[in-house]
Design a protein around this ligand. Structure first.
Ligand SMILES: *[C@@H]1O[C@H](CO)[C@@H](O)[C@H](O)[C@H]1NC(C)=O
Ligand SMILES: *[C@@H]1O[C@H](CO)[C@@H](O)[C@H](O)[C@H]1NC(C)=O
Ligand SMILES: *[C@@H]1O[C@H](CO)[C@@H](O)[C@H](O)[C@H]1NC(C)=O
Ligand SMILES: *[C@@H]1O[C@H](CO)[C@@H](O)[C@H](O)[C@H]1NC(C)=O
Length: 400
């Protein structure tokens, strides 16, 4: 039974696609606090019911995306702000899936932190744009480069300006990639107090996930893009058929698809599956999937490659895309990094490549945790994560 549910997750989680479907857009003001959070928003549905103070804020990125940020506190606590940034196919609810005494967002609030939960462009609560409807190809014309250049800086600045304090940051998966990329370009540093990276992805060339690797090697995202499918929507109806075809044609064992994607998670309680399916997975841009596939195929971490000299020249002024140079991360930035021995997306070898670069990092500014039994989803859905990962993470923040 657990196996079937996990398979279902993955079928939906990973490989589905539909054309962007029409969604009604309601007019919303830009950067502002919502005076009363929408009844189906994160605050009303997931947070206030647990007895926490919660407010939803809208932040407009420089390129016009209107992002929803949920602020969670115990009472009116004015502790240090922490920004939580979810990964690919997820949204801010990532941090609220576990029971309240096991979820990172609530545990941070319990410990007096001022918690800010980000929602990446294109996910359920952040589908508005100042001019583009979310069913247009222009709306989906971005990869994680734009999350580095626009979403993160807008979100950081909003929280920093409003609280007047530097932020702690927690990223999972793609949420670590975009932070590392931004920091490698000297962005955000003036607003950042420390960063915790869970399932860090600085490189993806050693990724072992059969499903992700196969999709990259078979140029699946490129094919979809060429078919005019710009929103990569895993809840779509063609997902399952597509995945089955993939499994049939590549000989992947699809009996446990979640494992095929994330690695063997040690610590998921089967009941988390239903909670997960109520909220996730979320859409991303097909162009973003292409960008991630380039990282897997090439083992490099560079800006989006147009695979065309002239296009690259036009965008970057050089024939190949500029690299994000992880060597440029400042040595004195307080970093907490946790990676899992069973993680097929954030592979141990790829993490070690990052650790090798961090070997000159100030020893008292770097905490590295290795969980032999953890895979990708354990970091946000594992029933022991509060004890294994979140407690040491919170202790780390307290020292910074
Ligand atoms: C997008 O949605 C709007 C409003 O729902 C609709 O009028 C329009 O035809 C849709 N456009 C596309 C390209 O599907
Ligand atoms: C969380 O709360 C539940 C219900 O009150 C309790 O059974 C469980 O032991 C608690 N877990 C932790 C980690 O405190
Ligand atoms: C995306 O934007 C670029 C310009 O930056 C444009 O050349 C391209 O056609 C756009 N693609 C889509 C699918 O809208
Ligand atoms: C997969 O292959 C089997 C046997 O070759 C076939 O019966 C089945 O219909 C195929 N499934 C799909 C979804 O193509």
């Amino acid at each position: 039974m657990a196996n079937t549910s996990l398979s279902t997750i993955l079928v939906i989680l990973f490989w589905g696609l539909t054309l962007a479907t029409g969604r009604k857009l309601s007019p919303l003001s830009t950067t502002a606090t919502l005076s009363s959070p929408p009844s189906d928003g994160i605050c009303s549905s997931m947070v206030m019911t647990q007895g926490y103070t919660c407010g939803e804020h809208l932040v407009t990125s420089q390129d016009g995306y209107i992002l929803n940020l949920a602020r969670i506190r115990m009472g009116e606590s004015r502790g240090p702000p922490v920004l939580l940034q979810h990964g690919l196919f997820m949204d801010g609810i990532t941090w609220l899936l576990l029971p309240s005494n096991q979820s990172l967002a609530f545990l941070l609030a319990d410990n007096g932190f001022d918690v800010w939960v980000a929602n990446t462009r294109g996910t359920k609560f952040s589908r508005q744009h100042t001019s583009l409807p979310s069913n247009s190809s222009d709306y989906w014309n971005w990869s994680w480069d734009e999350l580095v250049a626009h979403d993160l800086p807008a979100t950081f600045k909003y929280v920093h300006d409003l609280t007047g304090k530097k932020l702690h940051y927690v990223g999972h998966s793609q949420g670590t990639l975009i932070a590392l990329a931004a920091l490698s370009q000297d962005q955000l540093l003036n607003m950042l107090r420390s960063a915790a990276l869970l399932s860090p992805i600085a490189y993806a060339g050693q990724m072992t996930s059969p499903l992700a690797k196969n999709a990259a090697e078979n140029f699946i995202a490129e094919s979809l893009y060429n078919l005019g499918i710009f929103e990569f929507n895993m809840r779509g109806g063609s997902v399952i058929k597509f995945l089955k075809d993939l499994c049939n044609n590549t000989g992947i064992d699809c009996t446990n698809l979640l494992t095929s994607f994330t690695g063997q998670n040690c610590c998921l309680n089967p009941s988390i599956v239903n909670v997960f399916l109520d909220h996730e997975p979320q859409s991303t841009a097909t162009k973003n999937m292409i960008h991630l596939s380039q990282m897997i195929r090439e083992g490099t971490t560079s800006m989006f490659d147009y695979e065309n000299r002239d296009e690259n020249m036009k965008h970057y002024g050089q024939p190949t895309p500029p690299a994000y140079d992880m060597k440029r991360l400042p040595n004195d930035l307080p970093l907490f990094l946790s990676y899992g021995g069973a993680d097929a997306l954030s592979d141990v070898k790829d993490v070690q490549r990052l650790l090798e670069i961090l070997k000159d990092h100030d020893a008292d500014k770097l905490v590295v945790q290795y969980r032999n039994d953890y895979a990708h989803a354990d970091y946000v859905m594992g029933e022991n994560a509060h004890r294994d990962v979140y407690e040491p993470l919170i202790s780390f923040f307290r020292l910074q």
